[in-house]
Design a protein around this ligand. Sequence first.
Ligand code: ADP
Length: 370
Amino acid sequence: FKLIEGEMLRKKLHNENLELKGNIRVFCRVRPFLAEDDSNTEGKVISYPTSMDALGRGIELAQNGQKHSFKFDRVFIPDVSQEDVFEDISQLVQSALDGYKVCIFAYGQTGSGKTYTMMGKPGDPEQKGLIPRTLEQIFKTRQFAEPQGWKYEMQVSMLEIYNETIRDLLATNRSSLERTENGTAGKQYTIKHDANGNTHVSDLTVVDVRSAKEVSYLLERAAHSRSVGKTQMNEQSSRSHFVFTLRIYGVNESTEQQVQGILNLIDLAGSERLSKSGSTGDRLKETQAINKSLSSLSDVIFALAKKEDHVPFRNSKLTYLLQPCLGGDSKTLMFVNIAPDLSSAGESLCSLRFAARVNACEIGVPRRQT
Ligand code: ADP
């Protein structure tokens, strides 16, 4: 009983802390060691200092004899289950049903666990990721809200941004999925925002959905579309941003209330730097496009946090697409995914610094290890 009480207190403190945090939160998730990682480095790179860790928020990275300390809204250690991670974001999912615009990003180098966090492991229900769990929660909550007079309509779209061009992953017309020689999409999509803050992507497929099952079918279709691009271009889906959007329209006929919420779940392209991706030619262009859009994203979040007059939304397709869902009274959560092995330490430090910039919470000056 005491344990449960302690856990509830921790969650309460944690949630209060999150409530106070404004509109952007950053959660850090460290993936477990995998068979392919150098097991000699296990426990030597990433640690969780207990003094800072009462609420599960501190993380330390050791590299070249220096320790770098960071503090985020939440740090998930490797053995935290998908279910527990989801529990910490379920409030945010509820916000979308209440009419908020919500964005959840997964950021990190390739192999750090972004897709695992977002989608999970196919075929293993316990390892389902945030997207399937979110949909289950949304459709379940909808069922409970119906007896109170609420009726909801939901629409899904899924797209990929590769080399600053959009691909409609639900397009049934195969030619829409094809790419030109240089890897950009054959078809050009334009983004427009209307006066009500709604985003329109020309010709993008938007599908009405009534159940989580229907959406999982669409997710499979999108995964197939991504793989069509892969074989044509021999490129990895980790080189593009994947944007899943659920639009929610709710009407309560008895109280005449209306809500319009949007939930964007975004699996970002791998954040590895030029030196790591060994880029030349097309790869170089690809990496530059990714770096540009990821730094635009942090510039936008930074400008919003500082309440600057000019927010550079137009600097990348991703930020322009998401403009109405970033800032204002929208809610943003960024997962920074970290691989725990030594060969990833340089990239992990970059990811933590990126996230700390977004969260403005890097603490402590790097100090010599004793
Ligand atoms: P990314 O999308 O960042 O390239 P992945 O999500 O594909 O990385 O993860 C790389 C590998 O690590 C995959 O085999 C995935 O199943 C595994 N993995 C990542 N995070 C976890 C985790 N928290 N628990 C178990 N396995 C994980």
